[in-house]
Design a protein around this ligand. Structure first.
Ligand code: ADP
Ligand code: MG
Length: 567
């Protein structure tokens, strides 16, 4: 073509590519999984558009597939699909830039991380996608033509700062990604990716459940010594969720999870269910064992995909999973929906709301079961997703009780071990009705708070809540199992019904108010930026003043949290 152009990668992309090329990621094999997953997405998109969008014109979707081609002489491996393809603008936007939020912060963290394993961990959570090709290739060429358009585009880069892009004629609809492979180097984790058996092994391991055929032409030597070319399908394409539980092994579940989540760890929990009757669906859900780095960024997507009768419809299906369970990954295949179903329709569909209610109950139930049957695993899940689950106490009032059963918090009872609210209640002193807690920025700050003294002295257990969101849910929820939740720093606290501060007579009080009549308005005016009101208190004994929260205030810690979340 005539319109060849050299462009620079966006700064963040350049940094990421440098990390990828200088191989901080030891599991290089995953590049193929990433390219196959992109090809599979492209086939899904074409199929869906051909079913729902007539503007694409005549498109043959009878033989959608992915093919892998090896050229030993040229040292190239090509991943080809006849899917949706990309326009020139798509290429610049999708491949030249990273839209993921938090990229800059992540890159900063990776640079700071001391050891390779920590860095790898971070990059694994981030997911490098297409760029992982540069782990194994010193040059990558993408040739692509968007369905419904006439001209194709070629994109080429060695991953070092720039890429070229030009128009090319005569390309079929779809995309091919050609990798010029670096030499095999076992020390560097670079296998021989020209080897047929290596390719088979990787596809089997990472992409077996891809629902489109992954084909490879192979040379066969017959008994007569003559060689012939044959095309093999390398993956089994089984829709795992459609099989019954007894037919699926744990390894298969784990591999499926790793394929859809791009995680490199097995999940903490697998939930596989089937609903029959008026609204049939199958669901296969996973609770990961580790939170993604961007769990608390605003744009974090939900991990549940919607299928209709095996046809992929959408990622990030918010109608099926509430925001606070955004970490749950998986697939829901609903049989009785239209392929044209939109997000708006789903949001208002009564049946879908029913499915969502049931899925939420299943997920919360699974964590509850973990809590009783496998405390260690529960503790890990809580440490990763507890903060997100606590958001549920604000969002999902239907499940308040179930969520409260899951809450785990530090406590003065045992400095080493967090407690559940249920365990706290079981340990309450005779006659104690209230669950006491104190919030603060750090555990040490809470433990050393003057408010704490009287409680520890009298043997009352106090929950130590240091998560910014704790301040919000305790105010919203108010009680657990009939026991009020009370901050020992707020309002009236009446220990044993005989707290010293309740012995003041009305006359004393009036006298005191008179003594401070001039000071209070002055303090209120002086501190007007910092506090709402300055009041006289009888609760303090040794300290001169303390800050008491208002139930509906946004506290400083919370403000900080919202800011961190970009709100
Ligand atoms: P992700 O798949 O998570 O979006 P990737 O880095 O893997 O991130 O890919 C970036 C984007 O490039 C994809 O979202 C897709 O829009 C586009 N893309 C990549 N490969 C293909 C392909 N084979 N066909 C069509 N589009 C593709
Ligand atoms: Mg991808």
């Amino acid at each position: 073509g005539s319109s060849a152009e050299t462009r620079e990668f966006q700064a963040e992309t350049r940094q990421l590519l440098r990390l990828v090329i200088h191989s901080i990621y030891s599991n290089k094999d995953i590049f193929l999984r990433e390219l196959i997953s992109n090809a599979s997405d492209a086939l899904d998109k074409l199929r869906l558009e051909s079913l729902t969008d007539s503007s694409l014109g005549e498109i043959d979707t009878t033989d959608l597939h992915i093919s892998l081609e090896v050229d030993r002489d040229a040292r190239t491996l090509t991943v080809r699909d006849n899917g949706i393809g990309m326009s020139r603008d798509d290429l610049v936007e999708l491949i030249g830039t990273i839209a993921k939020s938090g990229t800059a912060e992540l890159l900063e963290k990776i640079k700071e991380s001391k050891d390779a394993a920590a860095a790898e961990n971070l990059i694994g959570q981030f997911g490098v996608g297409f760029y992982s090709a540069f782990m194994v290739a010193d040059e990558v060429t993408v040739r692509t033509r968007r369905a419904g358009t006439d001209s194709g585009t070629q994109w080429q880069s060695s991953g070092e700062g720039v890429y070229t892009i030009e128009e090319v004629d005569g390309l079929p609809v779809g995309t091919s990604v050609t990798l010029h492979l670096k030499p095999a180097d076992s020390e560097d984790g670079l296998a021989d990716y020209l080897s047929e058996s290596k390719i088979r092994q990787i596809v089997k391991q990472y992409s077996d459940f891809i629902r489109w055929p992954i084909r490879m032409a192979t040379e066969r030597t017959g008994t007569d010594g003559a060689s012939s070319r044959e095309v093999d399908t390398l993956n089994s394409m089984k829709a795992l969720w459609a099989r019954s539980r007894s037919e699926v092994t744990e390894d298969e579940y784990n591999e499926f999870y790793q394929q859809i989540s791009h995680d490199w760890l097995p999940p903490a929990e697998t939930i596989h269910m089937r609903a029959e009757g008026t609204f049939e669906y199958e669901a296969l859900l996973f609770i990961p064992s580790q939170a993604p780095f961007d769990l608390f960024s605003r744009e974090t997507k939900r991990g549940v995909q919607l299928y209709v009768k095996r046809v992929f419809i959408m990622d990030d299906c918010e109608a099926l999973m509430p925001n606070y369970l955004r970490f749950v990954k998986g697939v829901v295949d609903a049989h009785d929906l239209s392929l044209n179903v939109s997000r708006e329709i789903l949001q208002h569909d009564r049946q879908i709301r029913g499915v969502r209610r049931r899925l939420v109950k299943k997920v919360l139930g699974a964590i509850k079961t973990m809590q009783t049957k496998d405390a260690e695993r529960y503790a890990k899940v809580w440490s990763q997703f507890g903060r997100a689950l606590k958001e549920g106490l604000l969002e999902d009032t239907d499940n308040t009780e179930a969520l409260l059963e899951l809450v785990s918090a530090a406590s003065t009872h045992d400095p080493e071990k967090p407690t559940t609210l249920r365990q706290y209640v079981e340990r309450m002193k005779d006659g104690q009705e209230t669950i006491y807690y104190l919030t603060g920025e750090t555990r040490a700050m809470v433990e050393n708070s003057p408010h704490m003294e009287a409680f520890t002295a009298k043997g009352y257990e106090v929950l130590i809540l240091t998560d910014p969101i704790d301040e919000v849910w305790v105010d919203q929820v108010r009680s657990f199992d009939g026991h009020p939740l009370q901050s020992i720093a707020k309002g009236q606290v009446d220990l044993d019904g005989s707290a010293e501060d309740s012995q003041e007579t009305d006359a004393d009080k009036a006298q005191r108010e008179q003594d401070f009549a001039a000071l209070l308005p002055w303090l209120t005016a002086t501190l007007s930026e910092q506090v709402k009101q300055v009041r006289l208190s009888s609760r303090l004994t040794t300290s001169a003043a303390c800050i008491v929260g208002d139930a509906h205030d946004v506290t400083p810690t919370l403000e900080k949290m919202y800011r961190a979340m970009g709100q």
